[in-house]
Write a protein that binds this ligand. Structure first.
Ligand code: GLY
Length: 367
C-alpha cells in the first residue's frame, strides 16, 4: 500500500469538563509522538502498553521517540484480544507501574487497538487516582471511535465493559500509516463504524464510501484520510457536547443496540465489532422506516452501502430469544431498550422501546 509523504497533521479539538485535548491525525507521527502528546512539563516516566502486532511494529518507535526526549520509558506487552481485557491483566499493569515507580506527573501510552486503549486507559484512570494517558490507536476502529472520548474499562465474566471510568486522554495521536498492517477484514469492520457517522451526522461520509468503497477498504491515502478526519470531527463534536452520555452521545450507539447483542450471541468470535454494527444498522434503518421516521430508501441505501464494503447485511444465525436476552442486559437499557433511529442521512434521534412484536419482526429480517 503506498504511503503518503508526511504533510501537516490535522488537529481536531475535543473540549469537555473532564479535559480538553487535540486529536492529531496524520502520517509518520509515531516517530514524532512527543510533539503531539501534550505531556506535562514534569513528566519523567512513561509506561507504553501494547500487544500483538503493534507491540512489535509500533510501540518500539514510540519508545524510541520518548527515550530520545530524555524520558524514562518501560514497554509493557499485554496479552492480545478481548478475553485479556480483564482485571487480572490490569492488576499486572499496576504491578509494573509500582515497580517502575510511575508517579502522579507521569504518563501511560496506549499503542494499539480498542482493547489496549480501554484497558490502558482504565489502568491510568485508577493509578494514583488518575495519571495522564496518551492514546495512540493503530486500528481503524480505535482511531475513529474508542480512543476518543474518555471511555475506559474492562470486561467481567458477567459482561463487557462493566467496570470502567471516564478518563479523557492527554491527546490522541492517529498515525494513518499504521492501517497498512491491519488485516483487510479489520479495515472493512472499521468502515462499519465510519459509516455510522455518515448516518448520524455527516452524509458526505456516505457519499465517499459509496463512490470509493475499494479505496476505503484499501485505506488508500486521500480517501481514508478524509473519512477518518470527518468521523473524528463528528465524534469530537458529540463528546464535547455531552461527555458523560446524558443525551446526544447516545446517538453514537446507532446500530449498536442490536450490534452488541449480535456480537455477544456470536460469542465475540463470529463477528468483528464493526460487522455486528453493520447488521445493527440494517436493523436500525428498518426500524427508522417502520416507526415513520425515515423514507423507505434509507433501507436500500444502508444495505447497498454496507454490502459494497463487504460487510454483513443478513445471514444472522442467532435466535430471536438469544438476541433478546442480550438486549435486556444492555447497560444503557433503562425501563426498556432504547434505540437510535435515523431520520435522514446525517440526522438521528433516540426512541424508546417500540413494540416487542416489531422488534421480533425486524430481528427476524436479519436472517
Ligand atoms: N463508542 C461510543 C462512545 O464513545 O460513546
Amino acid at each position: 500500500m503506498p504511503q503518503m509523504p508526511a504533510v501537516n497533521p490535522v488537529r481536531v479539538p475535543v473540549i469537555t469538563p473532564g479535559g480538553s485535548y487535540d486529536i492529531v491525525i496524520g502520517r509518520g507521527l509515531l516517530d514524532d509522538v512527543v510533539r503531539y502528546a501534550g505531556l506535562a512539563p514534569h513528566t519523567r516516566r512513561v509506561v507504553v502498553i501494547a500487544s500483538g502486532v503493534p507491540a512489535k511494529l509500533y510501540a518500539p518507535r514510540v519508545v524510541d521517540a520518548l527515550s530520545a526526549a530524555g524520558l524514562h520509558v518501560r514497554l509493557v506487552e499485554v496479552p492480545d484480544g478481548e478475553q485479556a481485557k480483564n482485571l487480572t491483566t490490569v492488576a499486572g499493569l499496576y504491578e509494573e507501574f509500582a515497580d517502575f515507580e510511575l508517579g502522579r506527573d507521569d504518563a501511560v501510552f496506549a499503542v494499539g487497538g480498542g482493547v489496549t486503549g480501554d484497558m490502558a486507559g482504565f489502568a491510568a484512570a485508577s493509578w494514583h487516582r488518575g495519571v495522564a494517558v496518551v492514546q495512540v490507536p493503530t486500528t481503524l476502529l480505535a482511531q475513529v471511535d474508542s480512543a476518543v472520548g474518555g471511555k475506559t474499562g474492562v470486561n467481567l465474566p458477567s459482561g463487557k465493559n462493566l467496570v470502567g471510568a471516564f478518563h479523557q486522554p492527554r491527546s490522541v495521536v492517529v498515525d494513518l500509516d499504521t492501517l497498512s498492517t491491519l488485516e483487510e477484514r479489520d479495515r472493512r469492520a472499521g468502515l462499519g463504524e465510519v459509516a455510522k457517522y455518515g448516518f448520524i451526522a455527516d452524509p458526505v461520509v456516505l457519499s465517499l464510501l459509496e463512490e470509493s468503497p475499494d479505496d476505503a477498504v484499501a485505506a488508500a491515502p486521500g480517501v481514508i484520510d478524509e473519512l477518518v478526519v470527518r468521523s473524528l470531527r463528528c465524534k469530537a463534536g458529540v463528546v464535547s457536547a455531552d461527555e458523560k452520555e446524558a443525551g446526544e452521545r447516545a446517538l453514537l450507539n446507532y446500530g449498536h443496540t442490536v450490534g452488541h447483542a449480535v456480537e455477544a450471541a456470536g460469542g465475540y468470535a463470529r463477528y468483528r465489532h464493526g460487522e455486528a454494527v453493520a447488521l445493527g444498522m440494517v436493523f436500525a434503518a428498518r426500524l427508522s422506516v417502520a416507526v415513520g421516521e425515515a423514507e423507505p430508501s434509507l433501507v436500500d441505501r444502508t444495505v447497498a452501502l454496507l454490502a459494497g464494503l463487504g460487510l454483513p447485511t443478513g445471514g444472522l444465525e442467532a435466535t430471536t430469544a438469544e438476541l433478546w436476552s442480550y438486549l435486556r442486559r444492555d447497560k444503557k437499557a433503562r425501563d426498556g431498550v432504547r434505540f437510535v433511529v435515523c431520520s435522514k442521512p446525517g440526522a438521528a434521534r433516540l426512541v424508546d422501546q417500540p413494540s416487542a412484536d416489531l422488534i421480533d419482526e425486524l430481528l427476524d429480517s436479519l436472517r
